[in-house]
Design a protein around this ligand. Structure first.
Ligand SMILES: Nc1ncnc2c1ncn2[C@@H]1O[C@H](COP(=O)(O)OP(=O)(O)OP(=O)(O)O)[C@@H](O)[C@H]1O
Ligand SMILES: [Mg+2]
Length: 406
């Protein structure tokens, strides 16, 4: 397949030289069995590359397994990857094949590879070097022939410095580095991506596609895009759904692009600048954003707890439908507060904080609320934290951290 054929087949938009180069490397390396490490910021489009490599390789008729290393609890990851013997731990009622056994002659994609626990890294290194592995609870050495592709959006060099990632494994994985550039470094692709997304969402929501005025397009091109293509896609979807007037100008666009004023300001105008007034105003604004950001993170955590419970149909859960409505409204108000602060940068933190909570009839802070939910759930399970974490839909690791914070 040529680079263009790959773009068509995998629906990849963009013509920047950096993107073409990444696709070309993927295409060439596919014919070999070399390990590939894909790096790039969150949302840059890493996920399609292992598929390109697998589909262009001689292994394409065998298994392709994608594993999100960050989503599997530390206690079960070895068993998921390498399998286990019957009775090797509580709950291991049967012998189970791991991905490395199932994907023999195929490809395994280890996404978020930086999240692998150190003990698993040792096992992985062995497979990479010799093709050998051992099921959990067994001593028999098994063999497999798997091609490994890994991806990460974290700085691996920093992880190694902190002792959280083995250097030998890093070099073994990184035989062929594939670097996916951030969107801000391939600005020429922004209008193309926007047009594709706006046309996709027009189809999805049965509305005419949104179009940009010249200033709005310029605004998109110069924006920082911390969340890269994923963020551009989300913004396009939000505007497509919300704005009645389908021609979007810069003024309409601005509230959809948060933080823009800070992250894209030239260094000269940042808080450390020489001018007395502007820097002060900006530091406060930055602080406000930080608080809002924390609040929003809490909201997301709480929402995942609530939805986790609702999905399981837990009527006896500590969350009532009323509380869910409050969460929705709170989320909305937070969004509004963020927009307000872009317009009035000197609004006070406490004021925003208190008003949002007061308007929603909540006297507790979100932190307190979340702890209360967790405490009640742990009580309900007579102190069994594993069961409580399961019910709340969060990992045991997160639960322990949250309890420890108290
Ligand atoms: N070149 C592209 N053309 C069209 N859509 C793209 C392109 N690159 C990425 N996307 C879309 O952007 C979104 C984010 O991409 P993806 O999930 O691959 O990000 P990622 O690099 O894996 O991020 P993370 O590190 O957060 O997992 C997806 O919806 C994907 O389909
Ligand atoms: Mg990803």
């Amino acid at each position: 397949m040529t680079v263009q054929e790959i773009k068509n087949r995998f629906r990849i938009i963009g013509n920047s030289p950096q993107l073409d180069r990444a696709i070309d490397i993927a295409r060439q390396v596919a014919a070999t069995d070399l390990s590939v490490l894909i790096t790039g910021e969150s949302g840059t489009g890493k996920e399609v590359f292992p598929q390109i490599i697998h589909q262009s390789s001689a292994r394409k008729h065998n298994h392709y397994i994608a594993v999100n290393c960050g989503a599997i609890p530390e206690g079960t990851i070895d068993s998921e990857l390498f399998g286990h013997e019957k009775g090797s731990f509580t709950g291991a009622h049967d012998t189970r094949k791991g991905y490395f056994e199932v994907a023999d002659e195929g490809t395994i994609f280890l996404d978020e590879v930086g999240e692998l626990p150190l003990s698993t890294q040792v096992r992985l290194l062995r497979v990479l070097e010799t093709g050998e592995y051992i099921r959990v609870g067994s001593s028999k050495v098994l063999k497999t022939n798997v091609r490994i592709i890994a991806a990460t959006n974290v700085n691996m060099l920093q992880l190694m410095e902190k002792g959280r990632f083995r250097e030998d494994l890093y070099y073994r994985l990184n035989t062929v580095p594939l670097v996916i550039p951030p969107l801000r470094e391939r600005k020429e692709d922004i209008p193309l991506l926007f047009r594709r997304f706006s046309s996709d969402f027009a189809d999805k929501y049965h509305m005419p596609p949104i179009k940009l005025t010249r200033d709005a397009e310029q605004m998109l091109i110069t924006y920082y895009w911390k969340g890269n293509i994923r963020q551009l896609k989300n913004v396009t979807e939000q505007i497509s759904v919300i704005e009645k007037n389908r021609e979007i100008d810069a003024k309409t666009m601005a509230p959809y692009l948060p933080d823009n004023s800070i992250s894209t300001l030239p260094a000269l105008f940042r808080p450390s600048g020489a001018d007395g007034n502007v820097p002060n105003e900006l530091s406060e604004k930055e602080l406000l954003y930080k608080v809002l950001f924390e609040l929003r993170k809490d909201m997301i955590d709480m929402k995942s707890i609530v939805y986790g419970l609702l999905e399981k149909g837990e009527s006896a859960s500590p969350i009532s439908a009323g509380n869910t409505r409050i969460l929705h409204k709170l989320d909305n108000d937070l969004h509004k507060a963020e927009t307000t602060m872009q317009i009035h940068p000197t609004t006070h933190v406490e004021e925003v904080h208190e008003n949002v909570l007061k308007d929603n009839g909540i006297s507790q802070t979100l932190d307190e609320k979340e702890r209360e939910i967790i405490r009640k759930t742990v009580e309900k399970h007579q102190g069994n934290k594993k069961a409580a974490a399961k019910e709340l839909g969060i990992s045991e690791r997160t639960l322990f951290r949250k309890i420890k914070d108290e």
